[in-house]
Design a protein around this ligand. Structure first.
Ligand code: AMP
Ligand code: MG
Length: 333
């Protein structure tokens, strides 16, 4: 219960309401936690400059401290407080993709707490393209450090209800902005080395990056040997075991009495009566719609007590790279 407002912990408030935004800004400023919508997924936000507040985020998510947070900005004026230098390529990428789902890893200012960056000399920054996220950062008057608003390792939330289901008791309030439009996390690019390097595929595609800055080094994802913090093999994962089918159109041979769910990228014509549940990410085979619906569909299938989820793969081009990355991590053990 919030002493000032009498709101129960984890209350869901409209993110479009000015009074709710003011309250949320005050909560951040005074070291509390606010879950808020962005275009990618819902974030669990705190004052990025307050190590005690950041500690609450790690505690709420049960997130290991080696996994750094992304710092969210409302405008580029806030950058100078957070990053120590901006190579020309960073400026080019910001001009092109900010506000938007692109996170840049740059040298950090010493004022950024070590907990936020997991002790690294670098910081990950992005400017979300969502009016509620931007308004919240402005109200708070400080950059907001935020990981996805879910227990560590679980499927990211794309609605306020998803957040409430698992973190209601751990967050002061939840701002509701409806379902997230992008649905998968931001693309992360490191600008520390001689060549830009992709650390996490996301909704800004390699093709889009290459069109602006030329080739981006994208090491083949090594799910067993992470090259950056947070690149854990098993992540974004359902509690129900998930198997990726060898190709679109392949169907598994189910064990006797196996209660299985099927996750399809697009509508298929065949009968699926042997499955206890089927989720179709995009009936019209639109990869953006598929990304938007991915996490909600995984959560839905995961709530049914199935023995296994079988997932159809998609083509690994464009946004398909990010979708397959999330499915592989979900399937990893
Ligand atoms: P999320 O899990 O969506 O909160 O995104 C946070 C991820 O951003 C981490 O798990 C890391 O993979 C990445 N990240 C954040 N800060 C850094 C950094 N300084 N260097 C490299 N990667 C980072
Ligand atoms: Mg996450």
């Amino acid at each position: 219960m919030d002493a000032e407002t009498n709101l129960p912990k984890g209350a869901i408030l409209s993110g479009s309401d000015a009074a709710s935004l003011r309250l949320a800004g005050r909560i951040i400023k005074t070291g509390g936690l606010v879950a808020f919508p962005t275009e990618t997924v819902y974030g669990l936000g705190c004052d990025a400059m307050n190590p005690e507040a950041a500690a609450k985020v790690f505690e709420a998510k049960q997130r290991p401290q080696f996994d750094p947070l992304i710092v969210h900005l409302a405008d580029r004026a806030q950058l100078d407080n957070v990053v120590a230098s901006q190579p020309p390529m960073a400026q080019t990428l910001m001009d092109e993709f900010w506000p938007g789902p692109l996170t840049l890893v740059l040298p950090k200012q010493s004022i950024v707490p070590d907990l936020v960056t997991a002790g690294l000399s670098t910081v990950a920054v992005r400017m979300p393209n969502h009016p509620i996220a931007q308004a919240l950062i402005r109200e708070a008057g400080t950059p907001i450090a935020a990981p996805s608003a879910n227990p560590f390792g679980y499927v990211s939330p794309t609605t306020a209800r998803h957040v409430s289901e698992s973190l209601r008791n751990k967050v002061d309030i939840i701002l509701d902005g409806g379902p997230c439009q992008v649905g998968v996390e931001s693309t992360i690019v490191s600008l520390l080395g001689p060549q830009p390097q992709l650390l996490r595929p996301g909704s800004i595609t390699l093709e889009q990056l290459a069109a602006v800055i030329g080739p981006v080094c994208s090491l083949p994802p090594s799910y067993n040997h992470p090259i950056a913090p947070g690149q854990l093999a098993r992540h974004y994962a359902t509690l129900t075991p998930l198997t990726i089918l060898t190709s679109a159109g392949t169907r598994p041979v189910l064990r006797p009495n196996e209660r299985a769910g099927l996750l399809l990228i697009s509508q298929s014509r065949e009968s699926q009566t042997c499955f206890a549940a089927v989720e179709v990410l995009s009936p019209t085979d639109d990869i953006r719609e598929a990304a938007r619906n991915l996490f909600a569909a995984l959560r839905k299938l995961d709530s049914l007590g199935l023995d296994r989820i079988y997932a159809e793969p998609c083509r690994e081009v464009g946004l398909g790279v990010a979708i397959m990355d999330r499915l592989r991590r979900c399937a990893a053990y």
